[in-house]
Design a binder for this molecule. Sequence first.
Ligand code: ATP
Ligand code: MG
Length: 225
Amino acid sequence: MASSEIVSCHALNKAYQGLDVAVLDYIDLTVSQAEQVAIVGASGSGKSTLLHLLGGLDAPTSGEVRVLGENLTHLSEAQKGALRNHALGFVYQFHHLLPEFTALENVALPLLIRRTSREQALHEAAHVLEKVGLRHRLEHMPGELSGGERQRAALARAMVTNPQCILADEPTGNLDRHTAHAVFDLLLEMNASQQVSLIVVTHDLELAAKMQRQYRLVDGQLSQL
Ligand SMILES: Nc1ncnc2c1ncn2[C@@H]1O[C@H](COP(=O)(O)OP(=O)(O)OP(=O)(O)O)[C@@H](O)[C@H]1O
Ligand SMILES: [Mg+2]
């Protein structure tokens, strides 16, 4: 493995029971350190499935996924969880912030899961929230934030562990055009400043064009745009 390889898959195949064609049909993809990869495709083409497999949230029917050189098929659920917490950050279309916790606590959570002290976790969370422009919103509950602010908090939560790669599934799908570009640009800034790799699913070709590499997922295959 090249030392800069962060996430890769080989001959990745995913078939769901009841569907007669494979959603992912022998896909190869390698993402190196600090690379930016956009994935576009029609609804139902398998974009979320691909991200879930790359992040070890689901298992392929066949083929392999490697994260930091580790073949996920050879890892237990606990080992996969630890590797995910250490190497990856996830951003979803609908933020998935916990409604009963403040922005600060939500962002601190991945650190608390890895047993960072509460004081240190809150300190680091505040620092990342500041970076995404939410210094004045630390104590707000998710329900008290705007859509764009929620997505920025979700980005902060994904970044707080200093992951090597962010997997983002329509992170701006729910935002108006101006806010979508602002949140997307924040991802690109993090990529530039922290050398974090980005794998971003978006239906927005204009946003995808901001990334170094763009692929379209059609009939289970990735084709470079
Ligand atoms: N758990 C599941 N069981 C059965 N079929 C599934 C499951 N999850 C997804 N599928 C099917 O796999 C296909 C790909 O789904 P996926 O969610 O990956 O698409 P997508 O490209 O992310 O779509 P969207 O743009 O609407 O989010 C769809 O046809 C979907 O119905
Ligand atoms: Mg999807």
